[in-house]
Ligand binder design. Structure first.
Ligand code: HEM
Length: 96
């Protein structure tokens, strides 16, 4: 998952997806590293700052860090999405 996250964090669409996966939850199907996942992830109730810390901890160095301003903006832009629509935001390119 760390590898995926690093790749996802490299594009604006991927960054939007990972933040909204946390705030809105996710309902499959997702294709990750050639495997199909059809699970449900509940939306997490977290402060913007907690999301910043978690994501920056997971992506590690070498990737542009998430900021509170960025997370706040993405969260507001997707506040009305349900978990199915959030899953559909995952960039289509196969992440390896
Ligand atoms: C702060 C806590 C969490 C973070 C940061 C997080 C992050 C993520 C991310 C980024 C993905 C998408 C991975 C990808 O597309 O490559 C994901 C998927 C998933 N997460 Fe979480 N997650 C958290 C908590 C949870 C919890 C508490 C559960 C279960 C109770 C959960 C269950 C799942 C499942 C089942 C998927 C796959 C969903 C699907 O198949 O559509 N996650 N998570």
């Amino acid at each position: 998952m760390q590898n995926n996250l690093r790749t996802l964090a490299a594009t604006p669409a991927g960054r939007r997806y990972v933040v909204l996966a946390i705030t809105q939850g996710l309902t499959g199907p997702l294709m990750i590293e050639g495997k199909r996942f059809n699970g449900v992830m509940p939306a997490q109730t977290l402060l913007d700052n907690d999301i910043v810390r978690i994501l920056n901890g997971l992506i590690g160095p070498g990737q542009r860090p998430f900021t509170k301003t960025e997370v706040k903006g993405i969260r507001a832009s997707g506040a009305q999405l349900d978990s199915v629509r959030t899953g559909q935001l995952r960039p289509k390119a196969e992440v390896r």
